[in-house]
Design a binder for this molecule. Structure first.
Ligand code: UDP
Length: 326
């Protein structure tokens, strides 16, 4: 049985299979794991991830990239210590455009990775989501809250895929004794978030840099709580290498309305943009904020990067990216 702790990360190194490693969060996680001395095999079908996200990881001899879809057979003939599942479309724009694929990735894909972890007697980390809480009726959301999800709405393809993935992961834990860790990721932002990703931070920053109007969906009073990528990765690593099964909320409890976020980004960019209002998407959650007591208590994690500092570095990265791509 693999026993993991933060202190034995460097010696001996772990062999980690990271599905979805070319994505926004996955690619940062690859780099951090490599920096700690682990070997990383990244599997990604590049449907929403980008090979350019792996340019730093690829310079490390302990890194390998396999282009592959986790809903198909994932063949790795090496002994794995940890299997991490970050593979899924995660932006509403992406999962609403690929509803069936999103459900397949969360169900069939997660099952394939669970089987792989079981065959290797490896630890399995599932990255679930705050979307399991749907449009929450309790605030802030603790892990004990069961959620308020419309099971047939357009967002259900992601919400129910992740809820199924959690149920399946816990079934392996109970039935087979597989070591599992379940994270519920809240809204995360930072460098490498795709400018055309469709999510609020990337849309607003790209719009503000171009002095285009910022598109507020609804009246802008809905809230989100935004976690900077470095904090998110630190939380996932702490969880993966802890003894905590979870589920554990990994997010920043600093809550902000979408209208206030728009004004903050306009100010930080120094933009001339105005706000325009568009219809609120169906089932868009009204409020979202993690209770992170469990993360603080069980894995000793809390975020450290303030919204203004995190937005500042995201804006710098996005300016450079838009310039490069123009
Ligand atoms: N949103 C917005 N304008 C945009 C993109 C998103 O007002 O250009 C809103 C969206 O309706 C939601 C919030 O911002 O209320 C966060 O949306 P996002 O797609 O980033 O993530 P979600 O938390 O909904 O998955």
């Amino acid at each position: 049985m693999v026993r993991l702790s933060e202190n034995n990360l460097r010696v001996p190194s772990m062999k980690v299979l990271l599905a979805g490693g070319a994505g926004f969060i996955g690619s940062h996680l690859c780099e951090k794991l490599l920096e700690m001395g682990n070997e990383v095999i990244c599997v990604d079908d590049l449907s929403s991830g980008l090979e350019e996200n792996l340019s730093v990881a690829k310079t490390n001899d302990n890194f390998r990239f396999i282009k592959g879809d986790i809903t198909e057979v994932v063949e790795v003939n090496e002994k794995l210590d940890v299997v991490m599942n970050l593979a899924s479309p995660a932006s509403p724009k992406d999962y609403i455009n690929y509803p069936i694929k999103t459900l397949e990735v969360g169900s069939i894909g997660t099952k394939r990775l669970l089987d792989l972890a079981y065959q290797n007697n490896a630890v399995f980390l599932l990255t679930s989501t705050s979307e399991v809480y749907g449009d929450p009726l309790e605030h802030p959301q603790t892990e004990d809250y069961w959620g308020n999800v419309n099971p047939i709405g357009p967002r259900s393809v992601y919400d129910e895929a992740k809820r199924f993935a959690e149920a399946l992961t816990f079934s392996y834990y109970r039935e087979t004794g597989l070591q599992i860790r379940v994270a519920r990721i809240f809204n995360t932002y930072g460098p490498r978030i795709r400018p055309s990703d469709g999510r609020v931070v990337s849309n607003f920053i790209a719009q503000a840099i171009c002095d285009s109007d910022l598109t507020i969906y609804g009246d802008g009073t809905q809230t989100r709580s935004l976690c900077y990528i470095d904090d998110q990765v630190a939380g996932l690593i702490k969880l993966a290498f802890s003894d905590c099964v979870g589920p554990v909320n990994i997010g920043n409890p600093q809550e902000i309305s979408i209208a206030d976020l728009a004004h903050t980004i306009i100010r930080l960019v120094g933009s001339k943009s105005q706000l325009i209002y568009e219809p609120l998407p169906i089932d868009d959650p009204v409020r979202r904020c993690p209770d992170i007591s469990r993360a603080m208590l069980h894995i000793g994690w809390s975020p450290t990067v303030s919204l203004e500092v995190g937005l500042g570095s995201t804006i710098d990265w996005m300016r450079a990216k838009l310039q490069r791509d123009s």
